[in-house]
Design a protein around this ligand. Structure first.
Ligand code: ATP
Length: 213
């Protein structure tokens, strides 16, 4: 019997933007995943700074962004753990919950490739789930051949086969935060309810201080 497929999409989502939702939907179609679960991280183990909006705001913005999409869900499982949380632990948690007849996919953007060697137990992670790499505007086409000497040909081949040519959407949360801090327009980058939430709560108004109560 064919296995069920789900896709997990981790990130800081500070804030979640149209790039995230568009590529996630496209990747899910390619994979044939029955659902995509957005998993906001308390903080990224590899980013040298904390998210600007607090956990509650980031979680709520994701909920607003995905409200119309029946196959999208959000999980606060990493927010409930002490920071930082590791992808491998999260993948194992979902695998245990869904059981062995479900294939767990983990989505990353092409900009994350060079960081992968620093990820916690990366070899274990490559073997445990299906790591899906999505194209990203401004990044090179994903190419894993340079990792062959460290991860071996089978893992490299597995990663390469799971590259998905998602649409190039030139949006980043950094750009959105910068624009909001200098009072510039972000209308085309955010789902309208997320833009409204940011406005209502005065998020990302300054570059330096952390937002949220
Ligand atoms: P920041 O600018 O704060 O680093 P970001 O826009 O990259 O944020 P994250 O929350 O860090 O957003 O991203 C979560 C995941 O989504 C990462 O794997 C990232 O590579 C991917 N991603 C984010 N935006 C895009 C995009 N426009 N196209 C493709 N992948 C993306």
């Amino acid at each position: 019997m064919a296995k069920r497929k789900i896709a997990l999409f981790g990130g800081t989502f500070d804030p979640v933007h149209i790039g995230h939702t568009t590529i996630a939907a496209d990747a899910a179609r390619h994979i044939g995943a029955e659902k995509i679960i957005f998993i906001p991280a308390k903080r990224s183990p590899l980013k040298g700074f904390l998210p600007k909006a607090n956990d509650k705001h980031r979680l709520k913005m994701i909920a607003l962004a995905i409200a119309e999409q029946k196959t999208f869900e959000v999980s606060d499982c990493e927010l409930k753990k002490p920071a930082p949380s590791y992808t491998l632990d999260t993948v194992r948690k979902f695998q245990a919950e869904y059981g062995d007849d479900t294939l767990i996919h983990w989505l990353i953007g092409a900009d994350s490739i060079d960081d992968l060697t620093y990820w916690y137990q990366i070899i274990e992670l490559i073997d445990t789930c299906i790591l899906i790499t999505m194209y990203r505007a401004g990044c090179e086409v994903p190419d894993f051949t340079k990792f062959e000497p460290i991860w071996g040909p089978q893992r490299t081949e597995k990663l390469q086969q799971n590259v998905i040519q998602t649409p190039l959407i030139d949006i980043s949360s950094t750009e959105i935060r910068d624009r909001l801090a200098s009072d510039r327009d972000v209308t085309d980058m955010l789902m309208p309810p997320v833009a409204e939430y940011i406005r209502k709560h005065g998020l990302y108004q300054s570059k330096s201080t952390a937002d949220g109560e």
